[in-house]
Every structure is written in C-alpha cells, then in structure tokens.
Design a protein around this ligand. Structure first.
Ligand SMILES: Cc1cc2nc3c(=O)[nH]c(=O)nc-3n(C[C@H](O)[C@H](O)[C@H](O)COP(=O)(O)OP(=O)(O)OC[C@H]3O[C@@H](n4cnc5c(N)ncnc54)[C@H](O)[C@@H]3O)c2cc1C
Length: 417
C-alpha cells in the first residue's frame, strides 16, 4: 500500500509561507511550528511581542500526523503523575492539563479554525478484564479530582461503538476529535493574523548566545532575538550549538478506510467519539469528517516488516466491525512520538530567556497547546511559575535507542499474532 497521510490529503486550512532569506531581529524566535510552537507564537504575539516562527513546513511533525484525540491530562492516571512529581507539582500539572481541551476548543471557536472539530467525547475502551480494572481505577482517581466522566458497561459501550469487543469504557464528554493538521495550520493562521512572521522551508541550523541575545542561523538567513523557544519535539533536525533532544522514539501508524457508505456509517461510532484502548500495545480508532474509519497502533511503516502492521490493521477493522470486511483502505501513514522515561513532558532551560519543550509521550494536542501558551507567559513575565512543570537544566534519556527498538519489536510481534 502506497503511504498517504489522510490529514494532508484532506486538509481544508490551506496556508503556506515563504522562506527566510535575510537577517531579521525580533523579540522571540520559535523553532518548530507544531502545536507547541504555533501556540507559543500566537500567545506571545497577542501579548505584544514581535515573533518569528520557523519550520520546514507547518505541521510537518507529530502535529500533522496524529490521531486527533483531544484529551485531558496525560496518558497516565493522575495519581501516578503525583507520585512521580510529588504532590504539589503533580497536582499543578494535572490541574493545568485537565483544562487543556477547553483551551483547544476555545481557540478553535475564537479563531474559526476549520479542523472538523467535534466535541463529542472520547472513550477509553477496556480490551480485557484487566483493562476494565484500569479504567475503573482511572474513573475513581479522575472523579476524585473533579473530572466529569461516565463509566459505561459492556452493553452501553457496544451501543456507543457498534462493536461487541470491549468490556466497558470510560467516557469523557469534554474531550473530542479534530483534524490535527488543520488545527495546527489554523493556529498558524491565527498567529499570522496577530502579527507573527512565519517562515516555511526554513530550518534552524545553528544557535548561539551572543551578548545576552540569541542568534539563530537558518538555511538562508538569520534571526536575532531576546528570547528563544525550541519546539521541535520528536522531529528535531540537527542544530549546531544545541544538544539533540533526549527522548525515546516510538512510532505510531494509522490506516484509513474509504468513506463508509451511509448505511454502514450508521453502525460505526454513531456519536463520533474518538476511541483508544487499554492494551499495552495500544490501538485507537475514530471516524473522520467524511466517515472514513481510522485505525491506529504502535508501529513503524518505514521498515521492511511494515506489512505486518498494515495487515494487523485490516484484521482489526474486521474484528471490531465485521460489517466492514473487505472495505478498501485508502490511506496509511506513521509518525514519531517523543516518549520520556517517566512519560512526563520536559521543559529545558537553555540559557537566558530560552527554553526547549518536548516529550509529550503521545498526548500533545492539549498539552502542546497548553505548554506553548505557558512558555510564552513565562518568557513575557520572567516568572517560571507559569510553567506547568519545573524547568530542568539537563535531561538525559537513558538507553533510548534500545527502548525504542524493544517497543517496535514488541508491537511487530503482537501484530503478527
Ligand atoms: C502518530 C501519532 C499519533 C498521535 N496521536 C495523538 C492524539 O490523538 N492526541 C494527542 O493529544 N497527541 C497525539 N500525539 C502526540 C502529538 O502529536 C505530539 O505530542 C505533538 O504533535 C507535539 O507537538 P509539537 O509542536 O511539540 O511538535 P511537532 O508537531 O513534532 O513539531 C515539531 C516541528 O519542529 C520542526 N523542526 C524540527 N527541527 C527543526 C529545525 N532545525 N528548524 C526548524 N524547524 C524544525 C519539525 O519540522 C516539526 O514541524 C500523536 C503523535 C503521533 C506521532
């Protein structure tokens, strides 16, 4: 199957920018135009800073490849976050990210972002009895912290999904689905309308700190700025003068069927919730705006065994929804997730008024948008309390290549069975 990214092929927020081919001076330079960079640029410009945002292409990284589930919090249950960070820091991060879907959907509303947004909720689906215990635990912990969730039994879950495969599910009605690339492009458009200078086909190649200012050399120009944000997450292209971001690279792929005919579409996710399951080799599924079914799982489509993943996806479609047996699959694509050892996103202090943000560990729509805004608030005020996690001066990700390889091997074996 020839790889084609559904979001690129069906994007409605068409917008492109020229490259930077001269030297400019600005208050803030943002390297990387995904959710994090676009959000930071937008909020900084709204507060009156002059901003330059550069990338090879808006949404080239994870932001243009993901599933589009706008969820609250991180992947981990909130108590785990509190145990890792300590109670105060954990509560701060949990509270911040509980509100992240509100931030995302309010930006979509306020700027009229054309990203097929549906705030129809998400379902975390129990794939086994063990998975049911997992979502019961999450329901308890999240409810105790004020989240409005519903625990659905097997029958209710079957009615919502149109599949009898799950033991129950956790419904979050405040979450939803978007076309992630269009959301990212819409954020860039909003940033542009607030005065951000955006340059595509423009990579940062070298970064230097000179007399308390930052000099970012780019492919054909340069930017002098008082403040710097590196928002390159799992897609960092080498930049001289900057240590490569430290994370474990985990690949996640998706396939999308052709648009389901109306009679079949009615039997699959009639309320259009976005879904993911409790399996350790996780999978996700949702409909897009044209009723294509999108199924995803851990796996890299860039190696010779990638057929194992796409064959699994076809079997998965048919096992969840037997009525879709033999449906054509029109799209397949994959992307890199930046996973950190403890699955907590990191903010690195790079020097005076300069940060790098990465490691959303697979949940970056809400967190990326939130962290981008928070870094902008911090740079404008000089107050690091705005940051949802304490910034670090150093971060090392141990054994990242080995861990990434083990995860890919495990996913391949699991998809073979
Ligand atoms: C397949 C997949 C599915 C996912 N599904 C979900 C989901 O359903 N829900 C969710 O919340 N999260 C999901 N995520 C996670 C989410 O997509 C990411 O966390 C998020 O996109 C990170 O955004 P970002 O802006 O930090 O980085 P990115 O979107 O990766 O952007 C980084 C940008 O930096 C640019 N860049 C790199 N080097 C340079 C350089 N030298 N100069 C200039 N620019 C540079 C890149 O070109 C890239 O565009 C998924 C991720 C993947 C890969």
């Amino acid at each position: 199957m020839h790889q084609k990214n559904l979001w690129q092929e069906t994007s409605k927020e068409k917008i492109t920018f020229g490259n930077l081919n001269k030297s400019i001076t600005t208050d803030l330079v943002v390297v990387g135009a995904g959710f994090t960079g676009c959000s930071a640029a937008l909020f900084a410009a709204k507060s009156g800073l002059s901003v330059a945002l550069i990338d090879q292409k808006i949404g080239y990284g994870g932001s243009g490849r993901n599933v589009g589930l706008v969820n609250a919090g991180l992947w981990m249950p909130p108590e785990t976050v509190e145990n890792i960070l300590g109670l105060d820091a954990g509560v701060k991060l949990n509270n911040a990210l509980a509100k992240a879907p509100d931030l995302v959907f309010s930006l979509i509303d306020n700027y009229g972002i054309n990203c097929s947004a549906k705030r129809s909720g998400t379902l975390h689906c129990a794939h086994s009895e063990k998975g049911l215990k997992d979502i019961q635990l999450r329901f308890k912990q999240l409810s105790e912290r004020g989240a409005e969730l519903e625990l659905l039994d097997k029958h209710q879950t079957e009615q919502r999904i149109g599949s009898s495969k799950f033991f129950g599910s956790l419904f979050n009605k405040k979450a939803g689905i978007i076309n992630p690339l269009d959301y990212c492009l819409g954020l860039a458009k909003a940033a542009k309308s607030n005065g951000v200078n955006i340059y595509e086909s423009t990579l940062a190649t070298k970064i230097q700190s000179i007399n308390n200012e930052w000099l970012v050399k780019t492919s054909e120009g340069s930017i002098k700025a008082k403040m710097l944000l590196i928002a390159t997450n799992a897609y960092q292209k080498p930049i001289e003068g900057l240590n490569p971001s430290q994370y474990t690279s985990v690949q996640y792929f998706q396939v999308a069927t052709k648009a389901l005919p109306l009679d079949l579409a009615k039997s699959v996710l009639p309320n259009t919730e976005g879904c993911w399951d409790t399996a350790s080799v996780m999978s996700s599924f949702r409909l897009d705006a044209d009723n294509r079914l999108i199924i995803g799982g851990i796996g890299n489509l860039g190696h010779s065994a990638s057929k194992i993943h796409t064959n699994w996806a076809r079997r998965k479609v048919e096992s969840l929804f037997p009525q879709l047996t033999n449906i054509a699959i029109d799209f397949s694509w994959h992307g890199r997730i930046a996973m950190t050892d403890d699955h907590i996103p990191k903010i690195l202090r790079l020097g005076n008024n300069a940060y790098s943000v990465f490691g959303y560990s697979g949940r970056g729509i809400g967190p990326g948008t939130y962290f981008g805004k928070a870094v902008s608030d911090c740079l404008i005020t000089g107050d690091e309390n705005f940051l949802p996690v304490d910034p670090l001066d150093n971060y090392q990700e141990p054994l990242s290549r080995i861990k990434g390889g083990i995860i890919e091997f495990g996913a391949t074996v699991s998809h073979l069975l």
